[in-house]
Design a protein around this ligand. Structure first.
Ligand SMILES: NC(=O)c1ccc[n+]([C@@H]2O[C@H](COP(=O)([O-])OP(=O)(O)OC[C@H]3O[C@@H](n4cnc5c(N)ncnc54)[C@H](OP(=O)(O)O)[C@@H]3O)[C@@H](O)[C@H]2O)c1
Length: 313
């Protein structure tokens, strides 16, 4: 579609693929973790990072699926360096176990891609009894990032290469609650779409607050968030039959995964993004997040709230 072709100031557009945006980039000295790497945008992100020589750790909740995806990629890219490790973001115990096991590998960490996400119509609580969208899409990533930050700082200091954290959010962050985060009603059974929107707003607030903290500390690690576009993936598999049909028809107007992983790969690897932190991207260009997403007081409140939830008693 012509509208997909319109290029922004980065020189890239909605139709640019992840392979195109990373053309000529040498990632051989880099190590990345991609959450939710077993399908959709995460799978294509893994493939393209591996294609550019990045050592990728696929953090997945189903390691059999993860291994099948790894085999598929290695079959195409024989030099691909990929590991599969188990991570269930809806369980803080699993996040802690993953971080400890990763630490034990002694691997460096340059890039963390917080990509995994769920969208479901059913109201569900996580293993830690926290509403599932908030727990999986946001809180698990908040904890994971905190647990991996020391390794990222060490890697950045030793390698003299800027670390990058990428939060995959969504334009749906604009479709949540009018107050942004319902701190006192996190576990209240209301609209699943608003719950999803709330978790995606939290991804952006997280990036904003952590970026502010890292700048204050003078740490060479950036964190940005992004909307990948409306991408044909399996994200609606837990929603309604009708949503599946609408997405089925909509695929002619949506991005494919090759285009859907582009902004993630751009923000994670592209030299144009060096030193840029706390920003929100779409179609490989700076984009406007909602005013709630830019509310630094709300971001700080969410940070403190999340620290409380993730700090063991
Ligand atoms: N597709 C779109 O139009 C769109 C638009 C805006 C934003 N996004 C965002 O893009 C990201 C990727 O979504 P996608 O479209 O690629 O969907 P997808 O194909 O459904 O991929 C989501 C991935 O997240 C994983 N995941 C779900 N719950 C998890 C958990 N508890 N622990 C670990 N991993 C978990 C899934 O693993 P399993 O395979 O084991 O379920 C899957 O690998 C999400 O954050 C989504 O919110 C997507």
């Amino acid at each position: 579609m012509w509208i997909f072709e319109r290029k922004g100031s980065s020189g890239f557009s909605a139709s640019t693929t992840a392979e195109e945006v990373t053309q000529g980039i040498d990632g051989t000295s880099l190590t990345a973790i991609v959450t939710g790497a077993s399908s959709g945008i995460g799978k294509e992100t893994t493939r393209v990072l591996a294609l550019r020589g990045v050592h990728v750790i696929m953090a997945v909740r189903n390691t059999n699926n993860g291994k099948a995806v790894k085999d598929e990629i290695v079959k195409e890219i024989s030099a691909a360096k990929i590991e599969v490790m188990e991570l269930d973001l809806s369980s803080m115990a699993s996040v802690r176990k993953f971080a400890a096991e990763f630490e034990a590998t002694g691997l460096p960490l340059n890039i963390l891609i917080n990509n995994a996400g769920v969208m479901t119509l059913q109201f569900m609580l996580s293993k830690d009894e926290i509403e599932l969208h908030f727990a999986t899409n946001y809180l698990g990533h908040f904890l994971l990032t905190n647990l991996l930050l020391e390794t990222m700082k060490r890697t950045a200091a030793k390698s003299h290469i800027e670390g990058r954290i990428v939060n995959v959010s969504s334009v749906a962050h604009k479709m949540g609650y009018h107050e942004g985060i319902q701190f006192n009603k996190i576990n209240e059974d209301t609209s699943p779409y608003k719950k999803y929107g709330q978790s995606k707003l939290a991804n952006i607030l997280h990036a904003g607050e952590l970026s502010r903290r890292l700048k204050e500390e003078g740490v060479p690690i950036t964190i940005n968030s992004l909307h990948p576009g409306i991408v044909v993936t399996d994200i609606l598999r837990h929603t309604s039959f009708y949503a599946g049909i609408i997405f089925g028809i909509g695929k002619y107007f949506c991005k494919n995964v090759q285009q859907g992983a582009t902004t993630t790969c751009y923000v994670a690897l592209h030299p144009q993004v060096k030193g840029v932190s706390g920003e929100y991207f779409a179609d490989c260009n700076l984009s406007q997040a909602s005013s709630l997403a830019k509310d630094s007081e709300l971001a700080k409140k969410l940070w403190d709230f999340s620290m409380n939830l993730t700090t063991p008693n």
